[in-house]
Write a protein that binds this ligand. Structure first.
Ligand code: GDP
Length: 445
């Protein structure tokens, strides 16, 4: 899924990573490239424009988080923009709460995957929601389509309304409603007729069926591979039929993602499911977070930035940056860093978000580097007096002994913390000598 789009966006991010700070020009250039990537992915132009405006404002606005690398923040901004485009973080569940049978009407063009999706949905509702489901095909012009649904019903063990030759779509609808009611089915899925192209006859028929069956859900099934055509189809159907949601099929083969990314913004309708293969269980609940994560392929960085921004304390960060700029880094600062690490889920949490660190993690665990170490270091620092934290040189043997006793550790452990602090303080001093640019990088670390 989304290979092409992913490749383009990864290229954009690669070009900006490694830069300490991003100027407005850098951001503008990155956004220009993101724009091209989206257009190449066949996303509708107005949607792209809106997205770029949103992302540029965020990237250059005041919400810049200093504790993360600017490039990572751009990744997060693009991620947020995609989520917005896709309709928000929370999946919109299928509504089946109605006096039984709750009717789910499936509409769409022929070949969009409507019949397959009807069966997939029936299987989901039966298997996960324990609903008693009946399906009925209204495709009176194509006996093969009716037969296909009957076959699928057998395969997944879901009831299908028996075929009666010569009935109209409206007649079948009435019979299906009655039959489902009498037999106590919770949900009735109506698979309406499709045409190769949109036509008046098709629209009238679906509209009439909807009027009779009063569906709680009217889903449009569209083939994501047809890109903007799928979006136009959805809009045309919606103009005639109050749709409640969309199902995009063949997402498994969609390298571009243009239909998916435009659908919500153009039609205002939530995407509820994605068809992800030919098999009857290949239907995923649409989750914008998952999709955006796959498009970017940078889910780990997004999680990292999210965590950092949750705990963001701008004033503290600025104060820290000013101190660092003067080459100062005392034990209180070290304690602050430890706190920050803990808030980000500790070492394990931070490392878990970085790709390819499983091996390193186990090595660290073997050598005793773990979250207990952070806690131990914190205990040691908090056993010091204020003066000691500001001026570690005060720490002679007897003071160290007192601190070790206070923290419940050995003097050796105290020495280790002091050594670590010295090393960090040295780096800070060196950085301060390196000038403001270096400092910015450091503060962003
Ligand atoms: P209908 O004419 O709209 O009812 O379309 P069908 O349900 O008959 O589907 C047409 C073809 O698309 C069939 O061969 C399905 O197996 C295939 N199909 C449907 N949904 C998906 C999907 O999500 N992924 C893939 N790869 N194929 C699908």
């Amino acid at each position: 899924m989304f290979e092409a789009l992913n490749e383009r966006l990864t290229g954009v991010f690669d070009r900006i990573t490694g830069r300490g700070a991003l100027s407005e020009k850098d951001v503008a250039e990155a956004m220009r490239e993101v724009r091209v990537a989206l257009l190449e992915a066949d996303v509708a132009l107005p949607v792209v424009k809106e997205f770029i405006a949103f992302a540029t404002e965020r990237a250059t606005g005041e919400e810049v988080i200093r504790s993360v690398r600017p490039a990572d923040q751009v990744v997060k901004i693009v991620y947020d923009g995609l989520i917005e485009m896709l309709g928000g973080e929370e999946p919109v569940p299928l509504n089946t709460n109605a006096t039984p049978p709750a009717v789910v009407l499936m509409a769409g063009l022929q070949g969009s995957g409507k019949t397959t999706t009807s069966a997939k949905l029936a299987l989901r509702l039966t298997k996960f929601d324990r609903k008693k489901v009946m399906m009925a095909s209204l495709d009176t012009r194509r006996p093969a389509a009716m037969e296909q649904l009957a076959q699928l019903g057998k395969q997944i063990d879901v009831a299908v309304l028996p075929i009666v030759a010569g009935e109209s779509a409206v007649q079948i609808t009435r019979r299906a409603l009655q039959s489902a009611k009498l037999q106590g089915f919770d949900v009735l899925i109506l698979d309406t007729a499709g045409r190769i192209t949109l036509d008046e006859g098709l629209m009238n028929e679906v509209a009439e069926v909807a009027e009779i069956s009063k569906p709680v859900e009217t889903l449009l099934v569209a083939d994501s591979l047809t890109g903007q055509d799928a979006v136009r189809t959805a809009a045309a159907f919606h103009a005639r039929l109050p749709l409640t949601g969309l199902v995009l099929t063949r997402a498994d083969g969609d390298g571009r993602g243009g239909a998916m990314l435009s659908m919500r913004a153009v039609t205002g309708l939530p995407i509820k499911y994605l068809g992800a293969g030919e098999k009857v269980d290949a239907l995923d609940v649409f989750d914008a977070r998952r999709v955006a994560g796959r498009i970017l392929g940078q889910g780990d960085i997004v999680a990292l930035v999210e965590k950092a921004s949750q705990d963001l304390d701008q004033a503290k960060a600025e104060k820290m940056a000013r101190k660092l700029a003067k080459g100062q880094f005392d034990l209180d600062d070290l304690a602050g860093q430890l706190q920050q690490m803990k808030r980000m889920g500790g070492l394990q949490g931070i490392m878990g978000m970085l790709p390819g660190v499983a091996k390193m993690k186990s090595q660290m665990a073997e050598s005793g580097v773990d979250d207990r170490m952070i806690l131990r270091q914190e205990a040691i620092i908090s056993s010091m007096t204020k003066a000691e934290r500001k001026k570690p040189d005060l720490l002679n043997a007897s003071r160290k002994k007192r601190i070790a006793a206070g923290a419940g550790v050995d003097v050796q452990d105290v020495n280790r913390v002091l050594k670590q602090h010295r090393q960090m303080a040295d780096v800070v001093k060196q950085m301060a000598r390196g000038g403001p640019k270096k400092m910015q990088q450091m503060a962003a670390m």
